[in-house]
Design a binder for this molecule. Sequence first.
Ligand code: HEC
Ligand code: HEC
Length: 261
Amino acid sequence: MRIAVCTIAVTFAGTLALAEPSIERGQYLVEGPAGCGNCHTPFGAQGPDMTKNLAGCLVEETPAFTAIAPNLTLGGRVSEWSDAELARAIREGITPGGTRVIGPPMPIALYSQLSDDDVMSIVAYLRSIPAVENDAGQSVYNIPLPPAYGPPIDTVAHCVECHSPMGPMGPDRINQLGAGGFEFHGPWGTSVSANLTPHPEDGISKWTDEELVQMISTGVRPDGSAMMPPMGYAYYSSMTPADLDAIILYLRQLPPLADPC
Ligand code: HEC
Ligand code: HEC
C-alpha cells in the first residue's frame, strides 16, 4: 500500500455550538478539529500546501481503492451544488440527486454528528474560499460501498484513522483501535503513526495531559523532537482547550494495546 502526498485524517471533538451558522465557525471547524485539509489539501515536504488549500488531493492508493478527495474551493464541482446538497454530501455522504455514495476515508460517520448550524457554517466557509483550479482526478473503489451511511459509530476520534494500522479494508479500528503502526510515505520520507492507547510501555500513559496537549497542538515531543508529517498538529493548534481535553479523555479510555508488529 502506498500513501500519497496527502493524508488521511482527522479528529473532531465535541464542539461548542454557536447559535447561528457563521463563516468564522465554519473556518474553525474546517481548518481545525474537522481537519478537512488533511485529505482535501495537497501535501509538500513541509506539510499541507496552503497555496492550494482544499483544492483536492490523492489521499490513498490501496488494492481496495484509489481515494481522491476533490476540490472543495469555488474551482471545484461542489461550487455548482446548492447549500443543502453540499451539507448532505458532508453529513450523509450522498451526492446531489442521490447519484453517488461518497467512499472512504471521507469520515462520514463522524460528520453525521454535525449539528445543522455547524454543517451550514462549514458550507458558508467553503463558499468563501476563492476558486483554486485543480483537478486531482476521480476515485476508484474496487470494494462495494454501502448504499448509505447508517448511524454514527463513535463520537470523537478521527485521530484513529491514522493512528490504527492499515488493513485490507481500511484502518483496523475493530481489533487495533489507536494502536498506531500506520506507515506514511511522502516527500518527508517514511513516518509511522504512534500508539495512542493507554498501553503502559507502548502508549501514551507515560505523558501527562499537559504534555499531550503540547504534543498534539505543536508537534513537538517533551524531549524536543519534532514530529514528521502527516501528523496534523498544524490543524490542531487552533483547537480550543475544551476540544483538546475531550480528545485526551477519549484516548485515555481506549483499551490499552501493544504496538502492532
Ligand atoms: C480522511 C480524509 C477526508 C477528510 C478528513 C475529509 N474528506 Fe471529504 N472526501 C474525501 C474523499 C476520499 C472523498 C472522495 C470520495 C469519493 O470519491 O467517493 C471526499 C469527498 C468529499 C465531498 C464530495 C465532493 C465531490 O466533488 O464529490 C465533499 C463535499 C467533501 N468531501 C467535503 C469534506 C469536508 C467539508 C470535510 C471536512 C468537514 C471533509 N470532506 C473531510 C476524504 C476526506
Ligand atoms: C494524517 C495522519 C495523522 C492524524 C490525523 C493524526 N496523527 Fe498523530 N501522528 C501521525 C504520525 C505519522 C505520527 C508520527 C510522527 C513522527 O514519527 O514523527 C504521529 C504522532 C503523534 C503523536 C506523538 C506520539 C509519540 O509517541 O511520539 C501524538 C501524541 C499524536 N500523533 C496524537 C494525535 C492526535 C491526538 C490526533 C488527533 C487529534 C492525531 N495524532 C492525528 C499521524 C497522524
